[in-house]
Design a protein. Structure first.
Length: 982
DNA sequence: ATAGTAGCCTAA
DNA sequence: TAAGTTAGGCTACTAT
């Protein structure tokens, strides 16, 4: 075990005596005497499976009485063999043999027998943690006299001890023990010098800089700010600069620093996929033999291998797994990808989003130039590199990542690094194992069904929630919303749904009807009065703990304590909600569709029941102002129009209805009055917007669900237009203003007055390119980019940004997609009409149609839809414009100039007003120069220096696109100006 | 032209 | 080996 004391000393503890083991179910007549024969036979089989590896693999077989977690049974204990193995990695071999079956002399007359196994798929570290009540990120005490200090150290840690596993004391995260340890956090960023036009390749291109920031958890100032540079570098205030002539020396020196610093956490942005692999590959290439020792164990090299993580919720991500004993690699990119849904995950975009701060984005091709310049240009690069090491630390602090992730580890019991490298299910499994252990229960190893698909092709395994039909429309009366609090957890608790309470179909008859309940999906579970389920118990504890955390949070004054508690309540909520998903995960550790389908089935009856009760009670015949109508509802909510224009009355009725309906449900199921929407625009199922009121004084905010404004796959233009239109309609109640705004925006779009940043669409690259069945705009673009530059082309898991450019008339959208930077550099014209017809029209009509009866004609026909002429490329030719011939046209009236002897600038008619046209051209250049200078300065400010060239080419920055556009316009205007004779 | 559906992303 | 769930709107592609 590795850790840190509260004084900040790193600790390595060699924990001894804990052996890997698992269980197998054995016949009741299996005797003590059979254990020896069983052990011998199993050992033979394991040896054979391990290519006749000699030795004792199966250390011990003993008998214990336990209960299976699966199914309710009146038999309270059954016979299990506890099988102890010599090495952790032997468990899976033994499991395979037992599940396939073998024969043991004396057991069932030596007949071939299969043995179901239990807890045989638990990794050794987690097994240890569960048994010793150790959770990720908690405090462990080594009592006096229980350990010995090592004289000859095997690690780089400051303190190194030996201890027996049963001597250590694990403290629950309460009181003093809820504090976070003063972890040492090392943030890193590297720069490499790629060859011209190529992305850096570790086989060829040197590492030229490594910026490193060391911070102690809880402190807001770094202890160390340093940059290792290849070649000289001018000094940087507040940072140590270590310059090296030789790249090998640079690497060696940084490696020594890493070991000496001995950090607990390694952070950075995309470190696991770029910086770390690059450093390791580079050192290998250069033969720096003493470099790859990053872990805390002396003499243990880091090992690197490719891994793929793939889940429906998190998507597919390829990455490198780097073993580094005793240090957690916490890649901020991974964390943010998991926790936030953003259009772009570049460090720049993420910093802008969370820190409100842009960073300059220096293209990899510009880096070599800086490196090959002077000490000053290398200093420039070093400052940039330091910033990239600093930002991940800032993000870690800003997003309270240490608090949130440590609390998640503590609540669910998994080690910290699981939270970024593993899925949701291991967290539920960890809790299940701990709870089962308390109850003397064993978790069966779920044997995956081989052969055909368990689940219908493209279909689903079981029925989910009800979404009530949406009575679409614009509601000017208040709409009250009732929600079930933690619906699925509360259903599982109320009906005692669990593996251990599920009654097999053929056993139901034996039970007293008072002791069980049958769910609407036809599955039977015993009631809590008979035996309480483990899942309900876990959920109760999670939700109870969350209530306490929230109460403590209210009382807390210390900001650090608040952060811990807020992290905890969040972790508890997320954990409670993922229990249901775990039972329904067909490709998970222990799926139980009886539980998940019963949960959703109860939910379906409940929302129907709620709708019925509300609509039956709240009627004029019962003395209410109006007849209530449920206009919509999804899973756990109902939206009610009480048919009163009065906000206060709606709220009162909402509260009353919540209590009235809640009474008809079992505890702890509770329907709550949450909020009122007023006004409310219901577009369809899962799509609505409204002003949200929780008091009668002021609305809280505009709430938008499912509409384009909250979808990442729309361009900024669409999101902004829809957002503004909704605000004008709902907040300002100014439909005419909304119409005017739409008309002027459409005009701007068609007149090409919008910059690229508003037109960039992003979509996820979700699976390998060749497994796409249909051609898609973003995937086709990714392929084209791969041809241009394989090193920087998007890969699976990335989000791909593109714009739609003009192409031949009937070109498919996937032929018109283009990388915004490429389009900008090559002057490719945007297909503005495509944006209007395909992205803007329908969303606008969906919003306006319930409000404006002639929406179509008002919004989409008329003066503002006239476009400026733009050249359309004739050949497809990858969308690149083919200029046939440039003809001069009059600057004043655009008429072709036939008589070139007259003037290069104006036609005969306009020549009369030459001075006026010249003044106009001059003014235009002046204006554009002013605009350009302002944008340039803004970019300089962002890069932190007003004396240096702007190098930034950030796909995520609107200023960048605007600067580029103005630059282009300026070039054009200057060219026109030159045509005048003056 | 039209119907069916793959793929994306969201609601809950 | 490990990977939370289903419902549903919408766009664009593709076969008919």
């Amino acid at each position: 075990m590795f850790g840190v004391t509260k004084e900040g000393h790193s600790v390595c503890a060699h924990v001894h005596g804990f052996e890997p083991y698992f269980y197998a179910s054995v016949p009741e007549n299996f005797g003590e005497a059979d254990c020896a024969a069983f052990r011998r036979r199993l050992n033979e089989e394991v040896s054979a499976a391990r290519k006749n590896a000699p030795g004792v693999h199966v250390v011990d077989v003993s008998l214990e009485r336990k209960q299976s977690l699966m199914h309710y049974s009146d038999v309270k204990d059954r016979l299990f063999a506890k099988i102890t193995m010599g090495l952790p990695n032997m468990v899976s071999a033994a499991r395979g043999i037992l599940e396939k079956g073998f024969s043991v002399p004396g057991v069932r007359d030596g007949a071939f027998t299969t043995y179901p196994t239990f807890e045989s798929n638990i990794v050794y570290a987690l097994r240890f943690m569960v048994d010793c009540a150790v959770v990720g990120g908690n405090w462990i005490e080594f009592p006096v006299n229980s350990y010995t200090v090592r004289a000859k150290k095997a690690s780089h840690c400051q303190i190194e001890v030996d201890i027996m596993y049963d001597k250590l004391i694990s403290h629950p995260a309460e009181g003093e023990y809820s504090k976070l340890a003063p972890f040492r956090i090392l943030s890193v960023d590297i720069e490499c010098a790629g060859r011209k036009g190529h992305f850096p390749d570790a086989q060829l291109d040197p590492v030229i800089q490594i910026a490193t920031l060391v911070t102690e958890q809880g402190s807001d100032k770094p202890i160390i700010r340093a940059v290792w540079t290849l070649d000289t570098c001018a000094p940087i205030v507040g940072a140590d600069v270590l310059s090296f002539k030789d790249e090998r020396e640079l690497l060696r020196n940084w490696g020594n620093f890493l070991r000496g610093c001995d950090p607990d956490l390694l952070i950075g942005y995309n470190i696991v996929n770029f910086d770390f692999p690059y450093l390791l590959e580079r050192a290998e290439k250069l033969g720096v033999a003493d470099f790859p020792y990053w872990g805390r164990l002396i003499g243990t090299k880091v090992r690197m291998r490719d891994t793929v993580f793939s889940s429906k919720a998190y998507g597919t991500h390829e990455s490198k797994e780097i073993s580094c004993e005793g240090r957690v690699q916490f890649d901020m990119l991974r964390a943010i990808q998991r926790d936030y849904k953003l259009s772009s995950y570049s460090l720049n975009a993420v910093s802008a989003h969370f820190l409100g701060e842009q960073k300059e984005d220096v293209h990899y091709s510009a880096i070599s130039e800086l490196q090959n310049g002077t000490p000053e240009t290398r200093r420039r690069l070093a400052v940039y590199c330091l910033k990239d090491a600093y930002l991940p630390q800032r993000l870690l602090d800003k997003l309270m990542y240490m608090y949130n992730y440590i609390e998640m580890a503590r609540v669910t019991g998994v080690p910290l690094n699981y939270l970024l490298t593993r899925g949701q299910s291991i967290k539920v499994m960890s809790q299940l194992l701990r709870k089962a252990r308390q109850r003397n229960m064993l978790i069966p190893h779920h044997v995956k069904q081989g052969g055909g698909n368990v689940q219908a092709e493209g279909g689903v395994a079981y029925e989910g929630a009800t979404v009530l039909d949406a009575k679409a429309g614009y509601y000017e009366m208040p709409i009250a919303t009732l929600d079930f609090a933690s619906l699925y957890p509360s259903i599982m608790m109320a009906h005692n749904l669990c593996y251990s309470t599920l009654v097999p179909k053929d056993k139901v008859g034996k039970l007293n009807p008072d002791d069980y309940g049958t769910s609407p999906s036809g599955d039977t579970f015993v009631k809590a009065s008979k035996v309480k389920g483990i899942l309900p118990e876990i959920l109760e504890e999670l939700l109870g703990a969350r209530k306490r955390a929230k109460a403590d949070l209210k009382k807390a004054t210390d900001p650090l304590q608040k952060a811990v508690l807020d992290g905890r309540q969040l972790a508890l909520k997320v954990s409670a909600n993922s229990v249901y998903g775990f039972t329904g995960a067909m490709v998970g550790q222990l799926p139980c569709l009886e539980i998940s389908s019963s949960t959703t089935a109860y939910g379906r009856t409940m929302i129907d029941h709620t709708k019925k009760m509300v609509e039956e009670k709240y009627r004029t015949v019962n003395g209410y102002t109006g007849n209530a109508e449920v206009i919509y509802g999804d899973t756990d909510s109902v939206m009610i129009k009480f048919n009163t224009p009065d906000l206060a009355e709606s709220m009162k009725l909402g509260e009353e209805a919540a209590v009235y309906v809640s009474e008809t449900f079992l505890k702890p199921i509770k329907l709550e009055f949450e909020k009122v929407y007023w006004p409310y625009l219901l577009i369809s199922k899962k799509r609505y917007a409204g002003l949200l009121w929780t008091n009668t004084e002021n609305y809280d905010k505009m709430d938008t669900k499912g509409i384009e404004t909250v979808r990442r796959d729309n361009c900024l233009l669409v999101r902004q237009v829809i957002e503004t239109v909704l605000e004008k309609i709902l907040k300002q109640r100014d439909v005419q203003g909304a119409v005017k705004y739409v008309q002027s925006t459409i005009a701007d779009l068609l007149m090409n007055r919008l910059d690229f940043s508003q037109l960039v669409i992003t979509k996820g690259f979700t699976k390998e390119a060749d497994s796409y069945g249909v051609k898609m705009a973003h995937i086709e673009l990714a392929q084209r980019m791969r041809q241009r530059d394989p090193a920087t082309a998007p890969v699976v898991g990335d989000r791909i940004a593109y714009v739609i450019i003009k192409a031949a008339k009937n070109a498919k959208a996937y032929e018109k997609s283009e990388d915004p930077i490429f389009a900008l550099d090559n002057n490719l014209p945007i297909d503005t009409k495509h944006y209007l017809d395909h992205y803007l029209t329908k969303p606008l009509l969906r919003i306006f149609e319930p409000i404006l009866h002639n929406a179509q004609s008002v919004l989409l026909h008329g003066e503002h839809t006239r476009r400026i002429a733009q050249p359309t490329p004739t050949a497809k030719a990858g969308g690149i414009m083919q200029f046939a011939k440039i003809r001069l046209s009059c600057i004043g009236c655009r008429a072709p100039i036939s008589d070139e002897k007259m003037s290069k600038s104006l036609c005969k008619n306009c020549l009369n007003d030459e001075s006026q046209h010249l003044r106009k051209a001059l003014a235009s250049v002046n204006n554009l120069e002013g605009d350009f200078n302002r944008l340039w300065t803004q970019c300089q400010r962002c890069q932190g220096s007003l004396h240096q060239d702007v190098l930034c080419t950030s796909r995520d920055c609107p200023i960048f696109y605007r600067r580029k556009k103005v630059q282009k316009d300026l070039t054009e205007a200057t060219a026109q100006l030159r045509r005048f004779d003056w």
